[in-house]
Structures are given as structure tokens and as C-alpha cells.
Ligand binder design. Structure first.
Ligand code: ADP
Ligand code: ADP
Length: 225
């Protein structure tokens, strides 16, 4: 589903943020990406979402060789990705419903489908009763769950998250990780960048670590054990 083959990334005027990274994530996996601040976690996510391009190496995501992807093909490619941000990036002057509906509206979905799918997504994150609220009326954990509903409303093949629990206390963080696990259980491939090692250690998923742009070779630590 996500295949990095000797991918390097050097930002303009910067040093090498990623050095010859090879990582294969199969369909249906849930993987944590860890590493200190500056290790290159966000850069890997930005390459997957095609916000940035590799300087060298091959990157294949959802069957697409990103090196060959043309600018006009990017929006279509991104439809298969759901992205959760640390600060949720909700529109604060819109209702919960409208925030979650946005990706479907942009994709030109029929209004009937929009309503049905937004409610289904809100139901999955336990916020059906909050659809008419503004984000400001919700707690931090609830806001993050709205962000997750918005990320999954198009049923993406791949769900990506960059420090999704960065602003939450441990109990809420656990709830958020449980939600990701639920989407993974129904087939979504999940990649979560997080430096919350304590939390990750207690979950039984594959963990890959970056150190100064290099992937540390760690044995597979998946749920199979
Ligand atoms: P992490 O997400 O693990 O904190 P990042 O991927 O954000 O790490 O950063 C990796 C390295 O790349 C850091 O040294 C950072 O300063 C550098 N970097 C990130 N974005 C840019 C950019 N747009 N321009 C130049 N350097 C950048
Ligand atoms: P459809 O009938 O369009 O296939 P469903 O009624 O099955 O949609 O699901 C509605 C909503 O449930 C989706 O828009 C999405 O928010 C959520 N959903 C269902 N399955 C998944 C999944 N595997 N991954 C992520 N979200 C999902």
C-alpha cells in the first residue's frame, strides 16, 4: 500500500531530511512512525500525500508511482487518503456537520449521500449528537474526533495522522488510538506519526523509528505475537 524504496529528501537550502528510506506497509496494516522532533516523520507523511516530492528513490502509494504523478492527477490521488492533523484544522465558523461534509462537497457528492455519509462518520467517532455544534463548543478530544470523522468520511484506503494526540491527555489519547484501531479493523491501512512512546508501547502494533532521517531497522513487532 505504501512502498518507500531508497527514498531521500533534501529540502531546498537544507540538509537531508530523509536518507535512503525503505519501508513497505501492506494493505490493512496499522503502523506507528516514531522518532525525535526533526527525525523526518512529517517529511515522510508529506511525501505520501504528495505535498513534497522525493529528491531520489521510488515511492509507491495505493498502486501509484508518485514519481510519475502529474500535478493534475494529484487531487484524484489524494481522494484515497484521509489525513488527521495534530491541531485538527477544523473550520471554527462552521458546524461539526459542515466540517465533516467538506471533503464530500469538494468531491461533488450528491447531497443525499453527503448527509448519510457524514452521519455515518460522526456515528463512528461517537459524535452524532454534536452535528449542529461549532467546534469551539467541543472539548479538545471531541474536536480531534471531528477531525478523524472528516478524514474517514470518504472511506479512504489509507488513513494518515501526524501527532494526532499531541495536544491530548493520556486517557483521551488512548481513546483516539482506539478509534484508529477500529478503522484499521475494517480494512483501512493506518500510519500514525507519534513521539508518544509510552502510549505506543502499550498498543500491539508495528513500530518503525526514524533517527536523523534514517529508518532504524527494528524487528517486526506486530499484533501477530
Ligand atoms: P519530524 O516530523 O520528525 O519532527 P520533519 O520531517 O518535520 O521531522 O523534519 C525533518 C528535517 O527536515 C528537520 O531537520 C527539519 O528542520 C527539516 N525540514 C522540514 N521541513 C522543511 C522545509 N520545508 N524546508 C527546509 N527544511 C525542512
Ligand atoms: P457507502 O454505502 O457509501 O459505501 P457506508 O454507509 O458503508 O458508505 O459507510 C458510510 C461511512 O462510514 C463512510 O462515509 C465512512 O465515513 C464510514 N466508513 C465505513 N467503512 C469505513 C472504512 N472501512 N474506513 C473508513 N471509514 C469507513
Amino acid at each position: 500500500m505504501i512502498h518507500f524504496d531508497q527514498v531521500s529528501k533534501r529540502y531546498e537550502g537544507g540538509h537531508e531530511a530523509l536518507s535512503s528510506v525503505s519501508l513497505h506497509i501492506e494493505k490493512g496494516e496499522m503502523v506507528f512512525l516514531t522518532g525525535h522532533s526533526g527525525a523526518g516523520k512529517s517529511t515522510m507523511l508529506k511525501l505520501i500525500t504528495r505535498i513534497e516530492k522525493p529528491s531520489s528513490g521510488q515511492l509507491r502509494v495505493n498502486g501509484q508511482l508518485l514519481n510519475r504523478l502529474r500535478a493534475y492527477q494529484v487531487p484524484h490521488f489524494r481522494r484515497h487518503l484521509g489525513i488527521v492533523h495534530q491541531d485538527h484544522q477544523l473550520l471554527m465558523d462552521q458546524t461539526v456537520f459542515d466540517n465533516v461534509a467538506l471533503p464530500l462537497i469538494i468531491a461533488g457528492e450528491h447531497p443525499n449521500d453527503v448527509t448519510r455519509r457524514v452521519r455515518a462518520a460522526l456515528d463512528k467517532v461517537g459524535l452524532l449528537k454534536r452535528e449542529k455544534y461549532q467546534p469551539i463548543q467541543l472539548s479538545g478530544g471531541e474536536q480531534q474526533r471531528v477531525g478523524i470523522a472528516r478524514a474517514v468520511v470518504k472511506k479512504p484506503a489509507i488513513l494518515l495522522a501526524d501527532e494526532p494526540t499531541g495536544n491530548l491527555d493520556p486517557a483521551l489519547s488512548k481513546d483516539i488510538m482506539r478509534l484508529f484501531a477500529e478503522f484499521n479493523r475494517v480494512g483501512t491501512t493506518v500510519l500514525i506519526a507519534s513521539h508518544d512512546l509510552g502510549l505506543i508501547a502499550r498498543l500491539n502494533y508495528r513500530v518503525v523509528s526514524l533517527q536523523e532521517g534514517r529508518l532504524l531497522t527494528t524487528p517486526f513487532s506486530g499484533a501477530a505475537s
